[in-house]
Design a protein around this ligand. Sequence first.
Ligand SMILES: [Zn+2]
Ligand SMILES: [Zn+2]
Length: 340
Amino acid sequence: MRTFAEPEAVLPPDAESIMEEALLEEGPPDVKGVRTMTAQELRFQRRITALFTVGPLIGVVAAVIFLWGWGISGLDLSLFLGFYVLTGLGVTVGFHRLFTHRSFETSTPVRAVLATAGSMSVQGSVIDWVATHRRHHAYADEYGDPHSPHLVEEQGFRGVLRGLWHAHIGWFLRPQRTVTSRWAPDLEREPVMVGITKVFPWLVLASFFLPPAIALALTGSWGAALTAFVWGSLVRIFLLHHVTWSINSICHFFGKQPFETKDESTNNWPLSVISFGESWHNNHHAFPTSARHGLLRGQLDPTWGVIRILEGLRLVTRVRLPKPGKIARTWAGEPKTLAR
Ligand SMILES: [Zn+2]
Ligand SMILES: [Zn+2]
């Protein structure tokens, strides 16, 4: 496990106890493009995090109770899957492979659709998400990485649990905020991205209320609207949240490392289908600008499949892939067979 020497904590004069505590835990932000939130911002951030993590969790509990009694209706299952795929691809094709890493190019309308769909995953606005993720790659598993599981001081099993908790959810509760003008100036110059970032709270509302509205329109039943809200909104948002966060926690801790990288990223096959190919995370850290993450034979990468389809429809161009020679030079051990 990596550790870091804790720098002397410097507390702002107006810091409140909640803030002092967090600063003492993490030390002052001495990395580029990070600022410390005010106590008020931190309080707001923590409340929002609690609302959007505990709320969907309540939905999951409700869904278990519904399932126990009546099972899941075809409509609820369709809404759950439909919105999971739509918002999930918004994150993987849009937020991650296009906006963060520019692994392909596309038109403004397609960029707008992807940014809107990704925003509806309720994981922050497109510009914030991209800025945070670029910082993650810049400092991967070093001090300055917003969500590495390897930066806790504590050793042993407790240290492992604390590190995984921090990487999964705990980092939302810290006072360090990624400065978007430093990490995503390209998106801040793009009027469409700025507009979609401004309406982010409305897209969150739409993400919660569209599934029940569709169910109500189709059936005229408030009961159907309620179960659609549980499955299509709460359970779906809960699942996608935890799958995405698992890339930060599990995929920097458990799994294989076929490539030589400076960080602790891993490939984790059980998460590959549900994360749409994002869990080939060691491949991704080795070749961040590759539009394909499942580079080796047998590695399922549904996001890559979608990018290929969009390319076939001529909606995307200049798709970037690493050269086979470069892949071969980056093996950590035995050569593997590349995906075709
Ligand atoms: Zn990573
Ligand atoms: Zn990435």
